[in-house]
Design a protein around this ligand. Sequence first.
Ligand code: MG
Length: 456
Amino acid sequence: MGKLFGTDGVRGIVNKELTPELALQLGLSIGAFFGEGSKILVGRDVRRGREMLFKAVVSGLLSSGVKVYDAGLLPTPTLQYAIKHFNYDGGVMITASHNPPKYNGIKVMGPNGVEVSREQERKIEEIFFSEKWKRADIYNVVEEVPKQFGIIDSYINAILRHVDVEKIKSKRFRVLIDPANSVGALTSPKIAKKLGCKVYTINGHLDEDFPGREPEPTTETLRETAEVAKSLNVDVAVGHDGDADRAIFIDEKGRIHWGDRSAAIICKYFAEKGFKGKVVTAVSSSILIEEVLKPYGLEVVWTKVGSVDISHLMLKMGSEVLCGFEENGGFMYPPHIPVRDGGMTLALMLQVLADSGRKLSELFNELPHYFTLKTKIPMLKSEALKVVEKVAEYFKKERLIRIDGVKVLMKDAWVLVRPSGTEPILRIMAEAKDEEKLKEIVEIVKKIAEETVGKK
Ligand code: MG
């Protein structure tokens, strides 16, 4: 059977890989999956092809006898909140998240707003490839696609219920928001405004061509935003991805901080407040989080790489969980919704700043410092798996996590070696407090790779 879903939904270049024909058939498959008479909320971000793909997916859903409601343009977490809040049976989001502008994609959510599980993705794929669609009797095909009103306001109000609005307001923070010319512009500036902040935006108008920067928030794409943050002397700046489920923070000095470090600040704040529970994150995150939470007795649970896996593990663990995150800026706060949410993360960071009375740069400076190295070696997946085994054997006396490739945890250092989920490459990520040790570890792994599959 073929494969349709990647790490995070179905993705492709618009009109090449992701055509209206494919979207229609996927709509039919999703319709068969949820069943005739179910109520599905469908939204989209600002990307090109959004209306074409929306109408194709909706057409497939309607043909299956599904009742479709139009959520309009909105961030993915806003749709996810609305699915649950307005009691839908599921939802579909037309988005390619952080991918380059010519891409679009389709994500499917269950009634709790969380993306469907890997098993459910397989079920939808099975319907798709076997064409086991369930076209409704003509009298059961719904003739209207009503708009669901009030989504953005109810989402923002839900976020505000999780923070101390008056306290944050009293600080009159200056905040710069970079929504990458996409749907984060519809929510994050409003959240900050309701929290009494003076709000500045960059790349703040909606534009499907992403003229300001690439949709992925990285240290490279946020460079200009960081300069503006510094010159405006804002208390905090935040960069979202194309569907605003990720939040990368920039401090008042214009320094860009990666998501596992900002998550560590929020988790440490929870710990200091006496919150209990486990923190869930993928093996690609820094071990920094264990070091930060250890004094408070809070445990870290490691998962495979992919936010869907983190969310579903959190659902399974239930009240045991405090929060979850990805190193790319996706932070998940289950009392709100157990999925990545850039707007919720911004509100939580403002709460941390308000309570601590410290500058954001000071909070980051207090975290343990690691040197980081990320590299990749092109090779087949079968070769990469061999390298993983050899690395595990070499480091067998250390603490190993064998969930996704191998993560070796040493004193003040770690290395993750795993085959990419999407490309024929071996990914190597390492961190150490000592720069020499970091180089040494990566050289060991590279040498093992070379001995195993030859020089590439
Ligand atoms: Mg995203």
